[in-house]
Design a protein around this ligand. Structure first.
Ligand code: ZN
Length: 280
């Protein structure tokens, strides 16, 4: 099968459909879509991650449309050389390697697949707390990432716009790996809105649990005591602790949207496989 025949077959199967953006026609994935990353892939991404520079490549996704849902199974990643002058904060794949990888993934020799381009953001810092903050605040797309994500791949006369992926690790304090999917005309181009929504949900459930716990027996006195102790510590020792405590709130993001819930658009993966929903 040629690459064009393969793309047309995916259109017939309902994996790809036509869409328009800025008056241009594209083929993009049909939603709802579920992306399955095997443990082989999450291990490969985690093992190859470098905290001090951006890396990237292509995730090899095997597509199938089953009962009105597009399934993409990713069992391996192809890494490409970063030829950027400043690899510590930007990623530019070697064009020869990229073309070869795209050629291999669109209608490969042994398996017909679709490519999802990915890159990483570095989190390195000598201070583990800074590294934690880097992990939280770098897990969003840059303006450049958003711009690049509108570039389709030409297969014959067809323009295919696949989502892209962002990967981050946080080695010093936990084994969490952030992996998210953006754009492709089926996902938001940034993760901020969803992260806020998730944080709000986590905070709500923490407050709910605390208030339920405080209703039981004498628990509320523990809560009052804890509040007074915390206030005392802040006044007695360090007023600058207040912003630090407020900054702990975004940290709660690290503990939510785990791979075992029903992660949407992104997940924090500790180990093993994960399925991420792109509901559309
Ligand atoms: Zn980026």
């Amino acid at each position: 099968m040629t690459a064009t025949e393969w793309i047309l077959k995916l259109k017939t199967d309902g994996v790809l459909i036509e869409g328009t953006k800025n008056e241009k026609q594209y083929l993009h994935l049909q939603t709802p879509c579920k992306v399955h990353l095997t443990d082989n892939t999450t291990n490969q991404l985690r093992d190859s991650y470098q905290a001090d520079q951006e890396k990237g490549g292509v995730l090899v996704a095997i597509p199938k449309r089953i009962n009105g849902v597009t399934h993409l199974t990713i069992d391996r990643a192809i890494f490409l050389t970063n030829v950027s002058d400043a690899p510590q904060n930007s990623y530019l794949p070697d064009s020869k390697e990229l073309n070869q990888a795209l050629k291999d993934t669109y209608s490969g020799q042994t398996e017909n697949s679709l490519p999802i381009c990915f890159h990483t953001h570095p989190t390195h810092s000598d201070n583990p707390i800074n590294e934690m903050f880097n992990y939280i605040f770098q897990c969003n797309t840059s303006e450049q990432d958003q711009l690049v994500s509108d570039t389709p791949v030409s297969v014959g006369d067809l323009s295919v716009l696949m989502p892209r992926s962002l990967v981050l690790c946080n080695r010093k304090l936990s084994d969490k790996m952030f992996i998210g999917f953006y754009n492709g005309l089926i996902a938001p181009i940034e993760f901020e809105v969803h992260r806020h929504e998730q944080t709000q949900k986590a905070m709500d459930s923490i407050f709910k649990n605390v208030s339920e716990w405080s209703k039981e027996g004498n628990n509320k006195w523990w809560l009052v005591g804890g509040g007074i102790a915390l206030a005392f510590l802040i006044i007695r020792y360090n007023k600058s602790a207040i912003p630090l405590i407020l900054m702990l709130i975004p940290m709660s993001q690290i503990f939510i949207n785990d791979q075992h819930g029903q992660p949407k658009y992104f997940a924090h993966v500790t180990n093993g496989s994960v399925t991420i929903d792109l509901p559309g």
